[in-house]
Design a protein around this ligand. Structure first.
Ligand code: ADP
Length: 396
């Protein structure tokens, strides 16, 4: 079977065509700058390294059409016709409280996703446009919605309720939802497999450290707490997001700078985090390099970042009354040995010990703690697209 995985952003569309027999990626790509000048598809297959195809893409329907045309192209395509696509799996950012697992898409589901638009105004409408474009161009293909928030619906009330008047939960559903659920679920399953323990008996802390980043406590296979909240702004310091701050900073800055709350929010989302702190970059490669060259603000930023990750891990060890595995994943988690080591240095009191050689090598998935370490520390390559394809197949 072949599953097309679609991840629609406001001006982009990422896709992968996955062969379920061996879970290989037959083709993948990214349509960028949809709706503006210079739109194009960056495309690769198991045979073609990377091809940039310029095309005027006025909307997401154009982009889906281009993806279909490219996948079925005589020269660079990987399938004969659209009939070879057995199902489409859509990544949906916010499922609110309506969705605790993936679902086959029908009109009711579309309405329920629309009802969550308020909670993710930048993401959900774009995700829906992707669904509608696919419906139009491939009306007979089954489609499944896989939600970033669904995995976290197992959190207990005490973890998802905020200390604000209850009416806001009742009326607007203001609560912690959490994100990156597909990744946290994939990585926690893989981590249990790697240490040879049943998932149902394992306490795992997954550190998904990418540009956006979140940490989840997974107890016996279920998310019991996670660092992102109502929106992805809460939690650890990120590439450009501040993570958790004193909420009073918002009105303080608005008054001092004579700007609106929305403008402050924009700063907290796009100009803060390691970018804002270091004044250098949101990319951890640049921060690491500057730090190694003796830049003090880069060092301060890195210290604050690692400290914020360690504090969440510490609180989740308390939440689960212990931990068996700490797993690092995503761009930074998979590629930055300094951060992994620095974060783990806070848990020496628990007997966490990093194997420097294993930690410095970049293999696919690896145990990076020593044999003696009381807690296993792992590097796990996340694969959200594969997880979406698996969920999609399971439902059709
Ligand atoms: P997102 O999916 O949230 O955009 P990623 O998971 O791709 O983010 O992570 C982006 C971050 O990963 C960047 O800050 C970058 O520094 C880091 N990163 C990605 N690849 C590497 C690499 N090969 N070596 C070191 N860091 C990397």
């Amino acid at each position: 079977m072949k599953v097309l995985v679609i991840n629609c952003g406001s001006s982009s569309l990422k896709f992968q065509l996955i062969n379920s027999e061996d879970e290989s990626v037959l083709a993948k790509g990214l349509c960028e700058r949809i709706g503006s000048e210079g739109s194009r598809l960056v495309y690769s297959t198991h045979k073609i390294d990377k091809k940039e195809l310029d095309k005027d893409l006025k909307d997401h329907t154009d982009a889906v059409q281009m993806v279909i045309d490219t996948l079925t192209d005589k020269e660079i395509g990987v399938i004969e016709s659209l009939k070879d696509v057995d199902a489409v799996g859509h990544r949906i950012v916010h499922g609110g409280e309506n969705f605790s697992k993936s679902v086959v898409i029908d009109d009711e589901v579309i309405k329920a996703i629309e009802a969550c638009n308020d909670l993710a105004p930048l993401h959900n409408p774009a995700n829906l446009i992707g669904i509608k474009a696919c419906e139009k161009l491939m009306p007979h293909t089954k489609m499944v919605a896989v939600f970033d928030t669904a995995f976290h619906q197992t959190m207990p009330e005490k973890a998802y309720m905020y200390g604000i008047p209850y009416e806001y939960y009742d009326e607007y559903k203001v609560r912690r939802y959490g994100f990156h659920g597909t990744s946290h679920s994939f990585v926690s399953e893989r981590a249990a497999e790697m240490i040879g323990k049943p998932l149902s008996e394992t306490k795992t802390i997954v550190c998904h450290l990418g540009n956006g980043a979140s940490i989840t406590a997974v107890k016996n296979g279920k998310s019991v707490d996670t660092s992102m909240g109502l929106t992805p702004l809460e939690g650890i310091i990120m590439g450009t997001r501040s993570g958790s701050i004193d909420p009073a900073i918002i009105s303080f800055l608005a008054n001092k700078e004579n700007i609106s709350v929305n403008e402050v929010m924009d700063i907290l989302n796009k100009k803060s985090g390691v970018l804002g702190m270091s004044g250098i970059s949101s990319d951890f490669r640049d921060i690491t390099k500057a730090m190694e060259e003796g830049n003090e603000r880069a060092k301060m930023t890195m210290d604050a970042y690692c400290y914020s990750v360690a504090k969440y891990i510490g609180s989740y060890i308390t939440a689960m009354n212990g931990v068996d595995v700490i797993a690092f994943t995503a761009g930074v988690g998979e590629n930055n040995p300094y951060i992994r080591k620095e974060v783990c240095s806070y848990f020496k009191y628990l007997g966490v010990e990093i194997d420097d050689e294993a930690n410095s090598q970049r293999t696919e998935d690896a145990v990076i703690s020593t044999d003696k370490s009381k807690v296993k520390v792992l590097l796990v390559a996340t694969n959200e697209e594969l997880k979406i394809a698996r969920e999609t197949l399971a439902l059709i």
